[in-house]
Write a protein that binds this ligand. Structure first.
Ligand SMILES: *Cc1c(COP(=O)(O)O)cnc(C)c1O
Length: 370
């Protein structure tokens, strides 16, 4: 049996006619930049998340970058990020001229901890970027309280968490900004690169709209320097077709996660650490990430038996070559280092079958038997 890590063709087949109709609509209008598809998509996402403003942008990376720019963050400023995330979380900070300050993560959820952040907040700190890793929100209440006390902004990196909730509120509705990615493999995937920023403050929303368009409100009159961070109409039209399906797809991921947990429990594999469900937080399982000793051996064995897996992420920021020198040598990140060596993402896409899940767990059991 073959179990691909991700198969998007099944989803596509199920909505093909609607997608083609949406693409035809944009082609007929020949309006590819801005326009009604983009505006409708922004309103639909804002309503889904429960925020007054949603601004479509070119990618999740640019969502982070433009949020930092809208806060006026730059040279001389510091922004706190977890050391364990996708590269863009910290890369975007450096691109503004500011300095990312890394913190270790919670060992159970691999997300940012207020206790760690508190130790590094200083007079230069302008923002923190909690990451809702794998589809589970960071513990936001203490982070929001800390940020409010310090008078700094909270940029949620919700690229993996569209639909996740934290005590009844949606990821992306909790901080100053919520940053989303519609990279094709995300829970809501475009047909190319796309992203979005959610925001409560009207002036900040207006600034993001200006920044995504080279800092111009009126064409050719530039109040400030932005970039081309626009989300195009074709992507918006595709995403509008998919958005109403998202809660069903997320529910299918959650059901698959429950199945994996039952199968692993039944197999009695003491060496495998399963992802946790935190009280009051809806985990939408963008990824189902287990932790195993000898991860690379297990991964190779799975590949041999036709099972695709991936590793998010093998190298924490404090060990990235491009960030060398940013962190004092005596600062340690033991939880992130341990996670980088142990995490293994299993197939979890909504259309995965019970037989495929059984096969995945059987192969892992076979590999860890002795
Ligand atoms: C995917 C992702 C991003 C970047 O999104 P792109 O759309 O690929 O630029 C940022 N942060 C995290 C945590 C992500 O998973």
């Amino acid at each position: 049996m073959r179990v691909p890590f991700l198969d998007l063709t099944i989803q596509y087949a199920s909505i093909r006619d609607d997608i083609h109709a949406a693409i035809d609509r944009v082609c007929a209008s020949q309006q590819f930049i801005g326009g009604p598809e983009l505006e409708a998509f922004e309103q639909e996402v804002a309503a889904t998340i429960g925020v007054p403003f949603a601004v479509g942008v070119s990618s999740g990376t640019d969502a982070l970058l433009v949020s930092l720019m809208a806060l006026g963050i730059g040279a001389g400023d510091e922004v706190v990020t977890p050391t364990f995330s996708f590269f863009a979380t910290a890369g975007s900070v450096v691109r503004t001229g500011a300095r990312p300050v890394f913190v270790d993560v919670d060992p159970a959820t691999l997300t940012m901890r207020a206790e760690e952040v508190e130790r590094v907040i200083g007079p230069r700190t302008k923002a923190i970027i909690p990451v809702h890793l794998y589809g589970l929100c960071a513990d936001m209440a203490p982070l929001l309280a800390l940020a409010a006390d310090a008078g700094i902004a909270v940029i949620e990196d919700a690229a993996q968490a569209l639909g996740a909730t934290y005590h009844g509120r949606q990821a992306g509705a909790l901080g100053t900004f919520g940053c989303f990615s519609f990279f094709p493999s995300k829970n809501l995937g475009a047909f190319g690169d796309a992203g979005l920023v959610t925001v409560h403050d009207e002036a900040l929303a207006a600034r993001i709209k200006r920044l995504r368009n080279h800092g111009a409100e009126q064409r050719y009159y530039h109040r400030e320097i932005g970039g081309n961070f626009r989300l195009d109409a074709l992507q918006a039209a595709v995403l509008r077709v998919k958005l109403p399906h998202l809660s069903g797809w997320n529910a299918a991921r959650e059901a698959n996660a429950r199945t994996y947990k039952q199968l692993f429990d039944a197999a009695g594999l003491g060496k495998v650490v399963l992802p946790v469900d935190a009280p009051g937080r809806r985990h939408i399982y963008h990824q189902f990430v287990i932790r195993v000793p000898e991860r690379d051996r297990v991964r190779a064995h799975l590949a041999e038996r036709g099972v695709g897996t991936d590793v998010y992420y093998p190298v924490p920021f404090h060990r990235q070559e491009c960030f060398a020198g940013l962190t004092p040598p005596d600062r340690q990140f033991p939880e992130a280092d341990r996670a980088a060596a142990e995490v293994l993402a299993l197939p979890i896409f909504p259309e995965l079958t019970h037989a495929q899940q059984t096969h995945v767990v059987d192969v892992i059991a076979e590999c860890l038997k002795d």
